[in-house]
Design a protein around this ligand. Sequence first.
Ligand code: PLP
Length: 441
Amino acid sequence: MAVSMASSPSIPDEAFVFLGAQSARRTGAARLRQAAEKEKPMNSRIYFDHSATTPLDARVLHTMAPFFGGAFGNPSSLHHEGRVAREAVEKARAQIAALIGAEAEEIVFTASGTEADNLALIGAVRASGMPAHIVTTAIEHAAILETCRFLGQQGTKITHLPVDAAGVVRTESLLRELQSNVTLVSIMTANNVVGTIEPIEELAYLTKLHGVLFHSDAVQAGGKIPLDVNRLHVDLLSLSAHKLHGPKGVGALYVRKGVKLSPIIFGGGQERGLRSATENVAGIAGFGAAAEIARRELESESARLAKYREHIVRELARQFPNFYIFGHPLHRLPGHLSFGFRGQEHRCGRMISALDAAGVAVSAGSACSAHHAGEPSPVLLAMGYDAERARGLLRLSLGRFNTEQEVERFLEILLRTISSRGLESHSRPIAAAESLAAAVV
Ligand code: PLP
């Protein structure tokens, strides 16, 4: 039967260029970035949507490549081919464990961050064998909120903790809930929409004092801020490879030794019986390489990206008195900036389209919000914004291959886009500290 390709979207030529592919064997993000700059066509697109997904690092691709070719074995097989695959899976397990201060046998591979979240919540409720109560927040990703909705329909009590205007979970409200019987507390490490980092160490510590399990969705935080499962006191922690320059379709759940979980997928008993299915060896090997690179380069990369973000904030605050930022001013992901222009919220969607047409990819909140276009972000509503303000969010999330030149080019394009759309610009110089304070809602 002929397969029609007529409706396939066309893939542009530049998509076949792998950033830094010329130097895949060289280590160091800076050298890779230089090589990537050379490989990128002039005026190439600027990708500022790393919270949605990240480009695969060429070093990761290099690690994955053999598993699409000669190294095709099944890790459960006992022969040579199987052992080669098993070795790659176990190496990756140790690399991911090292990123979060865990032991290798505490890492369970899944097919996504979403699945890791599902396994944590459904697995803990089923393993408890009692009427369950999950305490979570109103600002979680859909992978948590929808899993809670499902469990709620099955009889689990679900409580959503409130957050303050910066998106920080209120400790007092958690303490109040911990007075009753709670099965599991699930609070994200960093929010995907506003970039706020939650005080997990404190929240999990209080939870553990009450003998309750603590899960954190660290899909946005993994590889971007230092994470140590012991310092954080977490029992369960979700990660996803494609948010740290690894491949899509691979996730992991950290399960502290001794924590009881029931599987949600049944079959051959892989992953200590917690996640049956033949392992995605290439994806897992890529995840391991991505985790190792992220761990090595975390300090320098987070400083570099935070510097770019501060520069963008200062420039926008200098140019636009109605500019404001969403989320916590200090406790936020390094390359992440969510902002709006007071009184211009209704133009947000058109601004994102205009930026896209001008070669810049930014987003309106989260990739998932594309399924709910036009609806105000539930995260911002939970933070106390009204529906109008909650529709006016632009999200920039920078990553490893972004350069200073791109930041400058982005600012030029944004200013041009805004002035051509009639948003007023004021070049009044404000002291940096004042501009930041003015920018924070
Ligand atoms: N949790 C958070 C906070 C996320 O931002 C995402 C994805 O955007 C997910 C979970 C889901 O991860 P995945 O895309 O690997 O399913």
